[in-house]
Write a protein that binds this ligand. Structure first.
Ligand code: SF4
Length: 306
């Protein structure tokens, strides 16, 4: 057993290599069908729920405990993980898309944060990840000192929408070099980056501007998960990346893995695994986005091996 620690939050994460010669899981089925050797199953050294996600879930638990039967409202999904959101809904967390849709009860702000001009009701619980808060603060600082603020990120993503609010009318979004080249530099440029983007995306966009002032706000959890996933994918014959299809950081993780291991599959749960993906694999790697609880990673691992 090894431990993945991130800013005080500790996740017990079993990354030991496992074979399933005696198991009844998908891998054992595969061996019977194809008489192939049992592959090793390995979970990336850093994978799954990050500090910010766990903090948001803890704050929600606390809000539910204090709600005394009334609902807790989340402005947009608390995190990008459909199973977790469905489970929270059964416990009384209602997702709303507009502030005026909230009824009596506490409101909770999602991990991705909100623009600064949103008039939140009193007693709102702020589950904005502290790393997103840093990105918001840096965006406001760049807006105060530069003529333009380029936000490296996915336009429409809730975190980016929040950052746009902090950049004001100086803000412009670029996800890649193609978008960056469309931006005409009119003076000093500050660059800030969505916390879950890749370093490569930041470097590529930054290279499109003259003497930009860069605030690298990619969070440590993202960088660590990307490095660990790629390291494993380089050795693996097949990779399973577990997480919500609506999760930008999970999709990016899957893209990075696919670049070095073409047999990479993004799945939301064990039921989506197609055993044919594993045929001929000697090493099956598992990684997971920052919004994927440990239990969902374990469910996939167990489906393969138990
Ligand atoms: S991925 Fe990073 S920024 Fe996003 S919630 Fe987790 S710790 Fe916070």
């Amino acid at each position: 057993m090894v431990y993945s620690a991130h800013s005080g939050f500790t996740v017990p994460l079993d990354t030991a290599k496992v074979t399933s010669a005696q198991g009844k899981g998908l891998v054992a089925t595969l061996m019977i069908d194809s008489s192939q050797q049992a592959p090793q199953i390995e979970v990336a050294a850093k994978a799954g729920a990050c500090y910010g996600v766990q903090r948001a879930l803890d704050l929600t638990d606390q809000a539910l405990a204090e709600a005394d039967g009334s609902k807790v409202y989340s402005l947009g999904p608390l995190i990008h993980n459909p199973q977790v959101i469905a489970e929270l809904e059964t416990r009384g967390v209602k997702v709303i898309d507009r502030l005026d849709a909230a009824g009596p009860g506490r409101l909770i702000v999602r991990t991705h944060g909100v623009p600064p001009d949103l008039a939140l009701p009193p007693h709102t619980i702020d589950a904005t990840c502290p790393y997103v808060k840093i990105a918001q603060r840096k965006t406001a600082e760049l807006a105060a000192s530069c003529d333009q603020v380029v936000i490296v990120g996915d336009d429409g993503h809730p975190e980016v929408e929040g950052l746009k609010g902090y950049a004001g009318d100086k803000g412009v979004v670029a996800a890649d070099t193609k978008a960056a080249r469309q931006i005409k530099q009119t003076g000093s440029v500050g660059i800030v980056v969505q916390t879950t983007q890749s370093q490569a995306a930041l470097n590529e966009v930054a290279a499109c501007f003259e003497a930009p002032r860069i605030a690298n706000t990619i969070c440590r959890a993202t960088a660590e998960r990307q490095q660990a996933a790629v390291e494993l994918a380089q050795r693996a014959d097949s990779m399973l990346v577990v997480g919500g299809r609506n999760s930008g950081n999970t999709k990016r993780l899957a893209d990075l893995c696919a670049a070095v291991c073409p047999n990479t599959h993004l799945i939301e749960g064990a039921s989506e695994i197609d055993p044919s993906w594993l045929v001929g694999s000697q090493l099956v790697g598992i990684s997971a986005g920052a919004s994927t609880p440990l239990a969902q990673i374990e469910e996939v691992r167990h489906a393969l091996t138990d």
